[in-house]
Design a protein around this ligand. Structure first.
Ligand SMILES: [Fe+2]
Ligand SMILES: [Fe+2]
Length: 190
């Protein structure tokens, strides 16, 4: 259906932004009306910026965690500095994400589905992402707990943390972008 619809309306078809987006063409009727280029325009910004700023904050935190991990693995910082930098930031990051997902799952997504029942399958994808993300964040929490008690350098632990941070980053990048493409037009147009 996706490819078929796009073939019928090639000049109107606007693709979701993530290269591996899971959004189907028939869920993009609002995205077509309010494309990303207009999200920060004066007419919409007061309705869209709250959500986008929270996501920008999540992306920034994720980026800093990856930078710290990279710095340790490239030898720019020692284990002790790596621990001091990473430990509190991972804790805050996990807390922020859980809090954000809870609000979406309990309040926003159900209300968006009531407004647009035809988008239910799209929100189910985002719900499943949250479950998947929760599982990876739990792993990250366990590893961070080990980091808290590992005063002596533990290269295997540093490696596991690095891999887990990359897993979170990849899933989150796809999740946040698909979520914005689905949600921001709803916020802007209502
Ligand atoms: Fe989400
Ligand atoms: Fe979100």
């Amino acid at each position: 259906m996706t490819a078929f619809t796009q073939k019928l309306n090639p000049q109107e078809a606007l693709s979701p932004r993530h290269p591996n987006s899971r959004l189907q063409a028939d869920w993009l009727f609002l995205y077509d009306k309010l494309p990303p280029a207009q999200w920060f325009s004066a007419e919409y910004v007061y309705k869209t910026s709250g959500w986008l700023n929270i996501h920008a904050d999540i992306r920034k935190r994720q980026h800093i965690l990856t930078q710290i991990s990279d710095a340790y693995h490239s030898g720019s910082i020692e284990w002790s500095e790596y621990r001091v930098q990473l430990l509190p930031r991972i804790n805050q990051y996990i807390m922020k994400l859980h809090h954000h997902h809870n609000i979406e799952d309990q309040a926003y997504f159900p209300s968006f589905i009531r407004m647009y029942p035809q988008l239910k399958s799209g929100f189910e994808i985002l719900d499943r992402d949250h479950i998947h993300l929760d599982a990876i964040l739990n792993e990250l929490q366990v590893l961070n707990g080990k980091l808290a008690i590992s005063e002596a350098e533990d290269k295997a632990l540093g490696e596991q943390l690095h891999k887990t941070l990359i897993d979170v980053s990849n899933l989150l990048s796809q999740h946040l972008t698909d979520e914005e493409d689905l949600v921001i037009p709803i916020l802007g147009l209502n």
